[in-house]
Write a protein that binds this ligand. Structure first.
Ligand SMILES: [Fe+2]
Length: 415
């Protein structure tokens, strides 16, 4: 058997059982990790780069990553958003060292090579030499060089980028069922309320699995179940797009009632005698008029949109080596929020985030897996809850969207 893309031996022999079995090697292998950079992050995907509001004015820039490739996103003199690899064409140094700023030109500190806001090389220091000596050869022309561009596109205030010339338009890439759920949440002009960032000591795909895994929410997250925000018995489901890579899970809070499955099986989440000292933490309102109090959405490979009550955030998952991941959260409100609503959102922001009452465990559990698998790289996980396919379902007691991720992953990776 050979690799579908290179005709070389495959990086990984996928189990015949398909997407309900994932080899642990996928989370721990340097060669696979390197191939992901090429085939996924520099391949046929759109990746979240920033929010348009983060760079409102000409010259505003922000640095980020497409996978592990450093990227600059900048608004140019015409108001257009450009993105290009943050790498000087001369010797490969980062050109922008700051997280964000405003500039008329971008200059590499190493040898003062200067770039315009489209990433084009304007000049190289001492190109004509000094006192008639040295300098670049006569046929060196700055116009022949530029930082490698990404194409960008904006939707609902989100800026996505791609290195691909051929990937389908973003709306098509996300698909109508998931796109409509992006638009449901990001339905008016945004206001950025703040940021969290955290390092996860696990492979990036373990966090993607976690986000898509509706099975664990009421089990791992004691806060969710204890204070009755979300239990698997509440009305909800998962929507998985045909590629498998994009999903949205949703649930309705007001359908929750004490339920026998939790109590009888003596799950850790069965305590009903806990009460919050300050119940205002859980004050919320039905913002979108549909009763859905939790919607978690992902777009392959690394974009997450979260609505937990009125806590809205965009998450960007960035691999940092095989066993390390950076997770960036942008916490959002809307420009038409009054002060009371903003305060409510900020209070609810304590629920979700690196130290969130609900989601804190997600920052740890990927590392539990990473530490569990070193002796079992030829073994696989079992992902059979709710069946073996990856189609939408009106239950969250399913791992359909996790299997969907692996379906898309295998397509992109040629596995
Ligand atoms: Fe979780």
């Amino acid at each position: 058997m050979t690799d579908a893309l290179t005709n070389e031996p495959p990086l990984l022999k996928w189990p015949e059982a398909g997407n309900s079995r994932v080899p642990y090697r996928a989370f721990a292998d340097a060669e696979i990790h390197a191939a992901e950079q090429k085939r996924i992050f520099q391949g046929e995907t759109w990746q979240i780069l920033c929010l348009a509001d983060e760079i409102p004015n000409p010259g505003d820039y922000k640095t980020t990553y497409a996978g592990e490739t450093p990227v600059i996103v900048v608004r140019d003199e015409n108001g257009d958003i450009n993105a290009f690899e943050n790498r000087c064409v001369h010797k490969g140094a980062l050109v922008c060292l700051k997280d964000r700023g405003n500039a008329k030109t971008l200059t590499c500190v190493y040898h003062n090579w200067v770039y315009g806001l489209k990433g084009e090389l304007i000049s190289a220091a001492f190109a004509k030499g000094v006192n008639g000596r040295g300098g670049m050869p006569d046929d060196f022309n700055a116009k022949d060089h530029r930082m490698r561009p990404l194409r960008t596109t904006e939707h609902c205030g989100l800026v996505f980028g791609t290195f691909s010339e051929t990937v389908m338009p973003l709306a098509e890439f996300i698909g109508p069922d998931i796109l409509e759920r992006v638009e449901r949440v990001l339905n008016r002009p945004l206001r950025i309320l703040g940021y969290h960032t955290q390092i996860l000591n696990n492979n990036w795909k373990l966090y993607v699995e976690n986000v898509k895994d509706t099975y664990h929410a009421g089990l791992l997250h004691l806060f969710f179940a204890t204070f009755r925000l979300n239990r698997l018995a509440s009305e909800g489901g998962v929507v998985v797009d045909p590629t498998g890579g994009n999903h949205a899970s949703y649930s309705k809070r007001r359908t929750i009632h004490a339920n026998a499955e939790y109590d009888e099986s003596k799950l850790r989440a069965s305590r009903d005698d806990y009460r919050l000292a300050d119940p205002s933490l859980l004050e919320s309102f039905d913002e979108f008029g549909d009763g859905i109090n939790v919607q978690i959405l992902s777009v392959f490979p690394n974009f997450i949109l979260q609505q937990v009550e009125n806590s809205i955030a965009v998450r960007q998952i960035l691999p940092k080596g095989v066993g390390r991941t950076e997770l960036n959260w942008t916490v959002l409100g809307f420009q038409d929020d009054d002060e009371k609503t903003t305060k409510m959102r900020l209070k609810q922001a304590n629920l979700i985030g690196p130290a969130g009452y609900i989601s804190m465990e997600d920052g740890a559990v990927g590392n539990f897996v990473q530490r569990g698998i070193p002796g079992a790289l030829e073994e696989t996980s079992i992902i059979e809850m709710g069946g073996r396919d990856h189609i939408s379902d009106n239950t969250r007691t399913t791992e359909a969207s996790v299997r969907g991720f692996w379906a898309a992953y295998r397509t992109h990776m040629g596995l």
